[in-house]
Design a protein around this ligand. Structure first.
Ligand SMILES: Nc1ncnc2c1ncn2[C@@H]1O[C@H](COP(=O)(O)OP(=O)(O)OP(=O)(O)O)[C@@H](O)[C@H]1O
Ligand SMILES: [Mg+2]
Length: 206
C-alpha cells in the first residue's frame, strides 16, 4: 500500500507570515523534488475564489453563522476537488489556513459554539485533519500593522483588536489540545529561522 503524503496547514492571525513561510516551504519542496500542491482557504477552487471575494468584502456585513457556513462551503469544495485528489495522486498538500481558522475566528472570535463548529467541520472535510499544522503566533497589533503595509484592509482586518486577541488565544488553545499536530512558532523571529524550523518539522513527516 502506498503511504499517503502529508497534509500540512499554516495558521495564525493576520500578517503572521503564513504566506511568506508557505512560499519558502514550496521552494524547498521544489528543490528536493517532492511533488506537492499549494492551495489556500478560502479559495483554491472557482467556487472558493468567489466565496473569498464575498468573505473579504469590507462593504458587507456578515453574521457569524453565515460567515462560518460560507467558509465551510469553500472548504468542502476544496477538500473534495483539490486536497483529497492530490493526496490520492501521492502529492503532498500545503494549505494557507484550514479548519482551525474557523474554530479560532468563528468560534473563539465570534462566539459560535465550538462543538457545533467541530461537528459540522467533520462533515465538511470528511474528517480530513492535517498531519502538521504550523501555527505562527503573533500579537495581533503587530500582525495587523504588518498587513496594513499591504494597503486597504479587508473585512476581517477591520475587526477590533479584542476580536483578534480572542482569535490568537483560540489558536493557542487549539494547539494545546492537539500538541502532536501543532508546531507553534514565535512569528516575530526572522523569516529564515522560522523557515528552518518549519523545514525540519516537514522533513520529519516526509
Ligand atoms: N518573520 C517575520 N518578521 C517580520 N516581518 C515578516 C515576517 N514574516 C512575514 N513578514 C512580513 O509581514 C507581512 C505579512 O506577511 P504575510 O503576508 O506572509 O502574512 P500572512 O500571515 O499570510 O497574512 P494574511 O493573514 O493577511 O494572509 C509581509 O509584509 C511580510 O513581509
Ligand atoms: Mg497570507
Amino acid at each position: 500500500m502506498p503511504v499517503t503524503p502529508p497534509f500540512i496547514t499554516f495558521e495564525g492571525p493576520e500578517g503572521a507570515g503564513k504566506s511568506t513561510q508557505l512560499t519558502r516551504l514550496a521552494v524547498r519542496l521544489g528543490k528536493v523534488g517532492v511533488p506537492h500542491v499549494v492551495t489556500r482557504e478560502p479559495g483554491g477552487t472557482p467556487l472558493g475564489t468567489r466565496v473569498r471575494e464575498v468573505l473579504l468584502d469590507p462593504a458587507l456585513s456578515i453574521d457569524p453563522l453565515p460567515e462560518f457556513l460560507l467558509y465551510s462551503a469553500s472548504r468542502a469544495q476544496l477538500v473534495a476537488n483539490v486536497i483529497r485528489p492530490a493526496l490520492a495522486r501521492g502529492e503532498m498538500v500545503v494549505c494557507d489556513r484550514y479548519a482551525d481558522s474557523s474554530l479560532a475566528y468563528q468560534g473563539f472570535g465570534r462566539g459560535l459554539d465550538g462543538t457545533f463548529l467541530a461537528s459540522l467541520t467533520r462533515e465538511v472535510t470528511g474528517g480530513l485533519v492535517p498531519d502538521l499544522t504550523v501555527l505562527l503566533d503573533l500579537d495581533p497589533a503587530v500582525g495587523l500593522s504588518r498587513a496594513a503595509s499591504r494597503g486597504v484592509p479587508d473585512r476581517l482586518e477591520r475587526a477590533d483588536l479584542d476580536f483578534h486577541a480572542r482569535v490568537r488565544g483560540g489558536f493557542l488553545t487549539l494547539a494545546t489540545r492537539d500538541p502532536g499536530r501543532f508546531l507553534v512558532l514565535d512569528a516575530t523571529r526572522p523569516v529564515d529561522a522560522l523557515a528552518d524550523d518549519i523545514w525540519r518539522a516537514v522533513e520529519a513527516r516526509l
